[in-house]
Write a protein that binds this ligand. Structure first.
Ligand code: 5AD
Ligand code: SF4
Length: 446
């Protein structure tokens, strides 16, 4: 940017998954190249970019109401530009420009790299939507904002076409980034002070180096050798592609955290089949058993959908019993919603909203009990915590995540930020743990 050019500001509103969080970093980096400085609030920004999610109906509605609310802001500030990117942009394209007159440009997930072009055109008053299907360039370095933790996308897209899911349509087919490039990125992040990297992919465990023989387990082992990097996590893993080599790596590589997000989606074979998930309840439970055998402290995360078309009360009870059997450490649960292009949207047997809501609240009540019991069971154990900073609730505590990803808060000073400390767990709560610094090693809660 030339010294005389006025500095402009951009607010980036991110919805949805970590993949979008990563893309927002890239958006920020691209716009920084145009002289835009990122700001936390939409008020007063010269440009507002929404990075959107369409995975569930509610996520999509949020986007429309957010853009709607920006109309006033734009009226008060006529030169302001508004752009929509991400999955809703990919799905709706030009329609968004037609429906929303105060929108200036639209860029789908596959057109992210062309954002500077769109912004320049919008500044000239040209409204455009780009959603070409050319594979998204994956190689862009993330924005230069390294903190303690960073996200790195290793693969994108999905070939699975689960019956309910819009992802393959808005993110395209699976595409892995070259391992050499990922190693270089991890090395530069670690050199910049990053200590923990979370590897992202819609099916991260089907990663395959396009230029070599490394599979995902191999990639993890290579990344674990990067100097200065302490912790590796990854998400999301598909149960049908969980290899023995990955289980072994998770169990034996100290830098790979003992945490696995392994969505089951449902507990009944009938529903799993209709969803097209590629495994049975028994096979899923067998995987969980093998994982826990290899890595006893492993924390398991899951996603479940209630109210899939045709789900009977018996099917739903099987999902509840799956939760009781697995005892997930982290669970994300959703009411089924119809998504464009998907097979499930055309299926018979749709359930009433009230039935889905009632099932979801029963399921969440069960999970709350499980989480609380699991967390209480950790009291008295010691956890290794990477200290991130003061706790969000302003209780004067420090906070950080333990190896398996739980938030742990404890009294301590800012000098601890960026360090690995041992914390004795004093109290297990539903969503976090309270503890105190432990000078000596105790039994590991991880
Ligand atoms: N309805 C409800 N939940 C869905 N998910 C994906 N598609 C749908 C849908 N149509 C959930 C799945 C997935 C998570 C990211 O969102 O559980 O794992
Ligand atoms: Fe969607 Fe299934 Fe692909 Fe996951 S595996 S992104 S749920 S289609």
């Amino acid at each position: 940017m030339s010294g005389s050019a006025p500095q402009r500001s951009v607010h980036i509103a991110t919805f949805g998954c970590q993949m979008n969080a990563y893309d927002s970093q890239r958006i920020s980096g691209l716009l920084a190249g145009l002289g835009y400085v990122e700001v936390d609030q939409p008020q007063g920004a010269d440009l507002i970019v929404l990075n959107t999610c369409s995975v569930r109906e509610r996520a999509e509605q949020k986007v429309y109401s957010y853009v709607g609310a920006l109309k006033r802001l734009k009226e008060a500030r006529p030169g302001m530009l508004i752009g929509v990117g991400g999955c809703v942009a990919q799905q709706e394209g030009d329609r968004l420009l037609k429906q929303i007159p105060h929108l200036d440009f639209v860029f789908g997930t596959s057109a992210l790299e062309r954002l500077p072009e769109l912004v320049a055109e919008a500044q000239q008053g040209r409204r455009r939507a780009l959603t070409e299907t050319a594979p998204a360039a994956l190689a862009l370095a993330p924005a230069a904002r390294p903190g303690l933790k960073a996200l790195v996308t290793v693969m994108r897209g999905c070939d699975n076409f689960c019956a309910y899911c819009v992802v393959p349509y808005v993110r395209g087919r699976e595409q892995s980034r070259p391992a050499a490039e990922l190693l270089a990125e991890a090395e530069s992040l670690a050199a910049g002070g990053v200590r923990e990297i979370t590897l992202l992919g819609q099916n991260v465990n089907s990663y395959q180096d396009p230029e070599g023989a490394l599979d995902f387990a191999g990639l993890l082992r290579r990344l674990a050798r990067v100097e200065g990097l302490w912790r590796l996590r990854f998400t999301t893993s598909h149960p049908k592609d969980l290899s023995p080599a990955l289980i072994e790596t998770l169990a034996s590589e100290p830098k790979v955290m003992e945490q696995l997000h392994l969505p089951a989606q449902a507990g009944s074979d009938r529903v799993l089949k209709a969803m097209g998930r590629g495994y049975t309840r028994r096979q899923y439970l067998e995987l969980v058993r093998r994982l826990r055998e290899a890595a006893p402290g492993v924390a398991l995360g899951g996603d479940v959908i209630v109210g899939f078309p045709g789900e009977s009360e018996e099917d739903f009870l099987e999902t509840l019993s799956l939760l009781s059997e697995v005892r997930y450490d982290f669970l994300y649960s959703f009411k089924y919603s119809d998504r464009p292009f998907t097979r499930a949207a055309r299926m018979a047997g749709k359930l009433a909203g009230s039935v889905k809501a009632e099932r979801l609240s029963r399921l969440q009540a069960l999970q709350r009990d499980i989480s609380l019991a699991l967390h209480r069971g950790l009291e008295g154990q010691t956890a290794e915590v990477l200290v991130e900073g003061p706790d969000k609730k302003g209780r004067g505590l420090m906070g950080g995540r333990c190896r398996v990803g739980r938030m742990v808060n404890f009294p301590g000073g800012p000098e601890l930020v960026g360090r690995l400390v041992k914390v004795r767990i004093e109290q297990g709560r539903e969503n976090s743990l309270l503890g105190s610094l432990a000078p000596a090693l105790g039994s590991e809660a991880s």
